[in-house]
Design a protein around this ligand. Sequence first.
Ligand SMILES: NC(=O)c1ccc[n+]([C@@H]2O[C@H](COP(=O)([O-])OP(=O)(O)OC[C@H]3O[C@@H](n4cnc5c(N)ncnc54)[C@H](OP(=O)(O)O)[C@@H]3O)[C@@H](O)[C@H]2O)c1
Length: 242
Amino acid sequence: MAESLKNKVAIVVGASSGMGRATAALLAARGALVTAAARRGDRLEQLQQELETAGTPIAVQTADVTEEASVASLMESVLSREGRIDLVVYATGTNLPERSLEVLSPAGWSRLLETNLTGAFLCTRAVLPAMRAAGGGLIIYLSSAAVQMPDVSGVAYQASKHGLSGLAHGTRIEERSAGIRTCVIFPGLCDTEILHQRPVPTPTDVLARSLDPEDVAEAVAFVASLHPRAVVPELQLLPSQL
Ligand SMILES: NC(=O)c1ccc[n+]([C@@H]2O[C@H](COP(=O)([O-])OP(=O)(O)OC[C@H]3O[C@@H](n4cnc5c(N)ncnc54)[C@H](OP(=O)(O)O)[C@@H]3O)[C@@H](O)[C@H]2O)c1
């Protein structure tokens, strides 16, 4: 039987827009005790107000995953408020218009790796002690279907997303005796703000056939609802019409 999400303590990192925002809202609607984190505090407060009106209150905290102290403070404040952390969703990610090898700079490469991969490592490292102490936990990383289907999203973006697999699977194997599980979700095209970073706008007829952020949120909720004896190491979620 599926586990209830009710009263599960969840942190969604990268919850100010897109898939993370939708995930925070869905987990809260299913009864989880959600903390939504990202850099844009105004966006988080807007989400908090919307969900408060809907009768599903959440906590919010500004955090920058490129700063170790900021990540540590996020985990510590949730832990001191709730007493444990059951679920972390790493929905953080970015890309840049200067992504092709002709224009990608070392600084651009570093920025993408820092946000998309090192930030995930910092979150993982910061939450593991609490999960070990509690005897379990689940970390879900949002990657990209570009891992299975190489594309022109840029070598830095794709390298960062491949790196997430190493982080997730290595963590799962090292920490499974502590009851800790990981999952990497590989979404295909989804209509979110990250597409504003594309060098060429996405045609509207393609956008019309893309995933909704809510589709990804449902996939996260499915994985998080499984009994702890079961794990989904990888889940690919594609738009059926693209
Ligand atoms: N949309 C797609 O087609 C697609 C497809 C495959 C995979 N993905 C992946 O899905 C994930 C979610 O992206 P999305 O599509 O929902 O895009 P999005 O709407 O742009 O969301 C990205 C989130 O990451 C947060 N973020 C960025 N840098 C951060 C930092 N330094 N510290 C903390 N938070 C940070 C942003 O918040 P702030 O700016 O407020 O910090 C935002 O909440 C990303 O990993 C993306 O690569 C997207």
